[in-house]
Design a protein around this ligand. Sequence first.
Ligand SMILES: NC(=O)c1ccc[n+]([C@@H]2O[C@H](COP(=O)([O-])OP(=O)(O)OC[C@H]3O[C@@H](n4cnc5c(N)ncnc54)[C@H](O)[C@@H]3O)[C@@H](O)[C@H]2O)c1
Length: 189
Amino acid sequence: MVADYSVEGGQETVKQIKAKGGEAIFVAVDVSQAADVQKMIKTAIDKYGRLDILHNNAGIEGPLGPTESVSEADWEGVSSVNLKGVFLGSKYAIPQMLKQGGGVIINTASIAGLVGFADMPAYWASKGGIVLLTKTMALEYAKKNIRVNCICPGAVKTPMLDRFTGSQPEAENLIREGAPWTDGASRKK
Ligand SMILES: NC(=O)c1ccc[n+]([C@@H]2O[C@H](COP(=O)([O-])OP(=O)(O)OC[C@H]3O[C@@H](n4cnc5c(N)ncnc54)[C@H](O)[C@@H]3O)[C@@H](O)[C@H]2O)c1
């Protein structure tokens, strides 16, 4: 089941899955809203009878700038999608996973949840929070056969990264140079 704030993007993803012979449905959700998240979980259970894997992946970056420049509204907006979204998704998925005897929760944090970065404090802090929330839930539910992990990607070229770099080749190259697996070959193209 594909769940996203973007109806257009979600429907396009379903189309691509179906074109490759898969089965998928789309549900529109704002992961920061409890009622939406409850509806998302209920839709999955009604349609498929169980819930094996929840991937809490939605995220927004918020504005770029040092801590004193961040408005309260931006702080709350980023935190409620990135961190509260992971909490809500897990909160409403876990009862079904307990009922069926287990499940898997995967949260997308970031390399920025492990080390410090400057100038997007709400985003980096939310990713650090996801790492700790993941550890907490992993401990809480390990004995109940629910595995909770997070993944901490480095830079991946997606619309989010394009917004961050402004699609500027210089900015993209700077990020590539920081990646340990890069030999510079892609930079010279
Ligand atoms: N791109 C990177 O370099 C990178 C690195 C580390 C971690 N991440 C993380 O990976 C995840 C995916 O990011 P991405 O790079 O694909 O970003 P993206 O902006 O390309 O995609 C984010 C998706 O989340 C959806 N979304 C945003 N707010 C939502 C909300 N309130 N409710 C439901 N859906 C919502 C968007 O519609 C979009 O489909 C994020 O959690 C991001 O923080 C990305």
